[in-house]
Design a protein around this ligand. Structure first.
Ligand SMILES: Nc1ncnc2c1ncn2[C@@H]1O[C@H](COP(=O)(O)OP(=O)(O)OP(=O)(O)O)[C@@H](O)[C@H]1O
Ligand SMILES: [Mg+2]
Length: 262
């Protein structure tokens, strides 16, 4: 098999007395929709935080396209091509949807930061950059299907639209890998169905690999392969939907947890 897009090698992270990730290893290959499941507090979001440089692992290695990635540098991870959405939305609530995407584009490799002088003098280059950025931002909103909300204040948008806006912000980075932390949480059946269609389109059109955390088992089992199961920070299983569903340890972990209805 080709070099994995992403490799976790024996990654652990300790918060005081708690091992939030305990010797976790797995690989994600290009084109996959990789699923991560596990009871509340299993370490799923922590894994994303380690991967995006927010937390520094206590031990272990992470490789992206075979290269070891630097720890604790969110900007480097974004430049490598890893983008994410958050379990609790992180948008600029007082700004418009369009402004949220424009700000994300400032971190994109396509729009290197202009010099302060060119911004102050509003040089032709600067104005050209701003015009291209605006065009790109509108394109992203269109692609995600929320163009008509461009000028609305983010906090006034329906929840499902805000979730899509987070995805537009992630896409602004031209990522190779997008990490989605509970993308279907809070969505109704229709919105979840539309989200699935959208992810499929993005995969085909941009060749993006996805890694998603979800509690909605129907969604995970229908969409993801392989699936990594975490429990108390440990890798419990990793395999096809059928393999993890038939795994005794996985069954026990879920029977032991009363927090999941789905
Ligand atoms: N910065 C931190 N400091 C201390 N403990 C933390 C920190 N971040 C996470 N934890 C702990 O690590 C464990 C794993 O948390 P995490 O948020 O990764 O769980 P999760 O699998 O995403 O759960 P959920 O399904 O509820 O979102 C929890 O016990 C949590 O309290
Ligand atoms: Mg979480």
């Amino acid at each position: 098999m080709s070099t994995p897009l992403l490799q976790f090698e024996s990654v652990s992270i300790q918060f005081g007395g708690l091992r939030a990730l305990d010797d976790v290893s797995f690989s994600i290959h290009e084109g996959q929709v990789f699923g991560i499941i596990g009871p509340n507090g299993a370490g799923k979001t922590t894994l994303f935080n380690v991967l995006t440089g927010i937390y520094r692992p206590t031990s272990g290695k992470i490789r992206f396209r075979g290269q070891e990635v630097p720890y604790g540098e969110p900007e480097s991870m974004a430049h490598l091509g890893i983008a994410r959405t958050f379990q609790n939305l992180r948008l600029f609530r007082e700004l418009s949807a369009l402004d949220n995407v424009l700000i994300a584009l400032d971190a994109s490799p396509d729009f290197p930061r202009p010099s302060r002088l060119s911004a102050v003098l509003r040089t032709n280059d600067y104005q050209d950059r701003e015009a291209r950025k605006l065009e790109r931002a509108m394109e992203l909103l269109r692609e995600i299907g929320i163009e008509r909300f461009a000028d609305q204040k983010t906090r006034q948008l329906p929840y499902g639209v805000q979730k899509r806006l987070e995805l537009a912000r992630a896409l602004a980075l031209q990522p190779k890998l997008i990490l989605l932390d509970e993308p279907a949480a809070g969505l109704n059946a229709q919105e979840t169905h539309e989200l699935l269609g959208l992810l499929g389109t993005l995969r085909e059109k941009h060749g993006i690999t996805f890694c998603l955390i979800e509690h909605d088992m129907k969604l995970v089992m229908g969409l993801c392969q392989p699936i990594l199961v975490l429990n108390f920070g440990k890798r419990l299983a990793c395999g096809t939907p059928a393999e993890v569903q038939n795994d005794e340890e996985v069954k026990n972990a879920y029977l032991g947890s009363r927090s999941h209805g789905k």
